[in-house]
Design a protein around this ligand. Structure first.
Ligand code: KG4
Ligand code: ZN
Length: 317
């Protein structure tokens, strides 16, 4: 089954063709990062306008790269939620138009399911598995006992991890998006600043990152007020250490308590080098647990992951 998948939930206009949930025949993404950089974050109205301008070019490129025409496509898939409403609408309207014009069925896909299924491009799934979802909008621990069977064990009570990275980067003025920049800085610093590692109740799978974010911002503001210098690399390393410690320990607790055979990491923050390193170390302490990350290019928003998720969503029907 060849699925033409569309993703436009935030600031990436992406269209892919995926065969049988595994083979990416094409994945073309136009990113608006350079535009939103000017504002230090995504401006929803600007994002939807750029999706409209680019989506037909991205569609053409995706079909060309796959060496296919719409006649070769069996099904359309599109991200329907969650995301910026105006941005989502552009993808959904494109999908509906193609479905009507070429008489194809549509699958509406949840964006987070897409991030989870990006891991299927690396490895088959072994159940029960624990998915650590870490994106700009979500932080969740999800238990999967089968394909397309999702039980949310815990989630953030305030900021998502990626959101905390982006907000801190904006305050300390190192650029946008903050995640990859702070990740690189952390590799060149030492975690010398004392920051809270907020784990909430001992047996809770929920997260909270706003206290940690405020602690970093307060440290920065105090240094400014006192005319003292903070080492930005050490601050990045200290923040990243706190984030990674909390994510790793909760993921381990979930994997042990639910006898997970596999841990998968989903969302933009799955690209984080510090997180990859510590999770790899943590999994070595567990018996026979497979750790999977999506390929780097499929960590942040892309349509290929939506095509994979749509395939399994349809199989499950
Ligand atoms: O999954 P994604 O593309 O969009 C959402 O669905 O939210 O994630 C984007 C988020 C941004 O907050 C970005 O800063 C973060 O992922 N990110 C990272 C890294 N690469 C992207 N965060 C930490 N370390 C990274 N290397
Ligand atoms: Zn995303």
């Amino acid at each position: 089954m060849k699925i033409l998948a569309i993703e436009s939930s935030c600031d990436e206009t992406s269209i892919a063709v995926v065969e049988d949930g595994k083979k990416v025949l094409s994945n073309v993404t136009y990113t608006q990062i350079e535009i939103h950089k000017l504002y230090g974050g995504v401006v929803p109205e600007v994002a939807s306008r750029h999706h409209i301008e680019k989506i037909t070019y991205v569609l053409d490129a995706a079909l060309k790269e796959a060496k296919l025409t719409m006649n070769d496509i069996d099904r359309i898939a599109v991200t329907s939620t969650p995301g910026l409403v105006g941005s989502l609408m552009v993808g959904i309207n494109c999908a509906k138009t193609l479905a009507f014009a070429f008489n194809k069925p549509i699958t509406f896909v949840n964006h987070i399911h897409g991030h989870i299924y990006a891991n299927y491009l690396t490895s088959d799934f072994k159940f029960p598995l624990i998915a650590l979802v870490v994106s700009g909008g979500h932080t969740e621990l999800v238990l999967m006992k089968d394909h397309f069977d999702f039980e949310i064990l815990g989630e953030t009570l305030d900021d998502a991890v990626g959101e905390a990275y982006d907000k801190i980067a904006r305050v300390v003025n190192v650029g946008y998006p903050g995640g990859p920049i702070i990740d690189k800085m952390a590799a060149n610093g030492n975690p010398v600043y004392k920051l809270p590692h907020i784990k909430l109740a001992k047996d809770s799978y929920d997260f909270s990152f706003s206290g940690l974010k405020s602690a970093v911002i307060n440290l920065h503001n105090k240094a400014l007020a006192n005319n003292t210098e903070l080492n930005a690399f050490d601050l990045a390393a200290s923040f990243q250490e706190a984030v990674v410690d909390v994510l790793c320990s909760k993921t381990k607790m979930a994997a042990v308590n639910y006898n997970a055979k596999q841990i998968i990491v989903a969302g933009g923050v799955a690209a984080n080098k510090g997180l990859r390193k510590e999770l790899t170390k943590m999994v070595e302490s567990l018996n026979d647990v497979i750790l999977t990350f999506p390929p780097f290019e499929y960590c942040t928003d892309n349509a290929a992951m939506i095509g994979v998720a749509a395939y399994f969503q349809e199989l499950k029907k």
